[in-house]
Ligand binder design. Sequence first.
Ligand SMILES: [Zn+2]
Length: 288
Amino acid sequence: MKLENPNYARPQDAADRKAIRPVICYPPDTLDPPDLKRLEEVRQSAVKSAEVTAAPRDAACVDVPAGAFFRIVSVEGAQVGDLNLWNKHDLTERFYSGKTRALHGTHLSTGDRMWSSFPNMRPMATIVSDTLDWYGFDEFGGSVHDVIGTRCDPYTGRLLSGDNYHYCCHSNLTRALAGHCGLPLHEAEMHVHDVLNVFMCTGFTRDTGQYFMKASPVRPGDYLEFYAEIDLVVGISACPGGDCSSEHSSDTAACYPLLIEVYDPGEAARATHVQPAASGYDRTHGTS
Ligand SMILES: [Zn+2]
């Protein structure tokens, strides 16, 4: 955080320096926009092929083939979910929230891509529908579906409070991935990564730049829907923070399940899907 009383005096041209207009770091204009109209047509013929429920303070994983759709659905009560994505055939290729933030901004919605980690760095999924897109940004600078938080975890909880709490999203996703892929717990843990905070309402305070959360505007029936660009393992944790109106990393908040539904347009439709290629960078890193 910035000092309330800076140690150094403002230079004479401080106002001029601060008045310089910002430029967007990574203008995404050179990226091909997703063909949402085509995806909408494909979606019309898709039928529900699987569903799995993450119980409160627990997580669930499901396989989603490339060319199919999946949606995270709010059921029973306002609940926030921590979403992880992995390449089904190589768990080391996983969702890269920081780079997705750099490309699409702090909060995602329809048309945004979920990018994968280096060296592949390609779209893993595309958001095709968001029933909370009406929220935009509120007067506090808050919005939903952020890629700015990390995931609640027992290590930070231990650091700040000294407690061992076992049902944070990090641990929930670790248990779910271990069970789904038949991996030892500690091996699965290494694949859990920073998340898309589905339905969570967050921002940065304008005065101190601190990460804040507030009660999620999600209501049962709301959903966020994706198109799978590659074969995926999708994991969702029903955060112990519930609607994240007060605290997480404890059993205090009211918590509800979250549902993942998979919609399959059929093998023939999926066969027409062209999977994004891995990054073309030659990975010589200046050595040749
Ligand atoms: Zn959480």
